[in-house]
Design a protein around this ligand. Structure first.
Ligand code: ATP
Ligand code: TZE
Ligand code: MG
Length: 267
């Protein structure tokens, strides 16, 4: 890999010193996202009220913002938190859930992009639309292959000066200059709601652990999901048993196994 420290070393470092991760995510995702962070060794806190979100972002080591179940109040909290994170130089991750669906979401994402997220994580339909292309997404679900979003991701990364992660059957990460693909996971993953949202929070956790290598941190989070997803699929009878097996697989994964099994290639 291209980073100085490996994905596995980052996972071990996170477990050694659990980072406090400020997550503003949606109602659907809050529980699974918090459990994903705990199983991976991070310390999640779901804080969205505008009265406290800015203050809390000052305490946490990284922020993640997800517009899945948006309201005006929540958006106020997101803006306050993003401003606080940006002004104190902390990494913050944007998950632009279904931003193409309504005028309210489009405006919200434009406002948040102006606050310069350090990392953007979305599915292929979201990233294509964010770069100005025609996406086939339906609500929160992607209907485009990741390969089709790769050029969009590169353009978006250059325009925003951010790292862009596109997830799907084969994930893609770019900073506009470098790019990698990550294989793994399971077809059951998009059958379990909010796993992508939970992954966005985990990207924040790795970014908090390795703020000096945000590209490597993003790859580490995606590789962690890819390997744990393969393990969880082994005995799963369907999405229900996959979901609990996935948490167990995350908790059981160690740095050595992650490095040995991560399938990351330069794109
Ligand atoms: N067909 C697939 N095969 C393997 N892994 C997959 C597949 N589709 C998605 N994944 C994995 O599922 C995880 C979530 O990515 P996905 O693209 O489904 O997010 P999302 O659409 O934002 O999800 P949500 O909105 O439900 O939170 C990622 O780790 C991704 O690699
Ligand atoms: C189903 C759903 N609706 C709004 S957010 C969300 C979680 C997956 O993105
Ligand atoms: Mg999503």
């Amino acid at each position: 890999m291209q980073s100085k420290t490996t994905s596995g070393a980052m996972l071990e470092a996170m477990r050694e010193k659990p980072p406090l991760v400020h997550c503003i995510t949606n109602y659907v995702a809050m529980n699974i996202a918090a459990n994903v962070l705990l199983a991976s060794g991070a310390s999640p806190a779901m804080v969205h009220a505008p009265e406290e979100a800015g203050e809390f972002a000052g305490i946490a080591s990284a922020l993640t913002v997800n517009i899945g179940t948006l309201s005006t109040q929540w958006l106020d909290g997101m803006r306050a938190a993003a401003k606080a994170a940006a002004s104190s130089g902390k990494p913050w991750v944007l998950d632009p859930v279904a931003h193409y669906a309504t005028a309210f979401r489009r405006q919200a994402v434009a406002d948040l992009l102006a606050l310069k997220p350090t990392i953007i994580r979305g599915n292929a339909s979201e990233i294509i639309a964010l770069a100005g292309g025609e996406s086939r997404g339906q609500g929160v679900d992607s209907r485009d292959p990741v390969e089709q979003a790769e050029d969009s991701a590169r353009r978006l990364a250059e325009r925003q000066q951010a790292i862009v992660a596109v997830t799907g059957a084969v994930d893609f990460v770019t900073d506009g200059n470098r790019a990698v693909r990550i294989k793994g996971g399971s077809v059951l993953m998009p059958q379990v709601t909010a796993l992508g949202c939970a992954l966005t929070c985990l990207v924040g956790a790795f970014a908090a652990t390795a703020p000096e290598d945000l590209f490597g941190a993003t790859v580490a989070a995606l590789a962690t999901f890819a390997v744990a997803g393969e393990d969880a699929a082994l005995g799963a009878a369907g999405p229900g048993s996959f979901a609990w097996r996935f948490l167990d697989a995350l908790a059981a994964l160690d740095g050595e196994a992650l490095d040995a099994r991560a399938r990351v290639s330069i794109a």
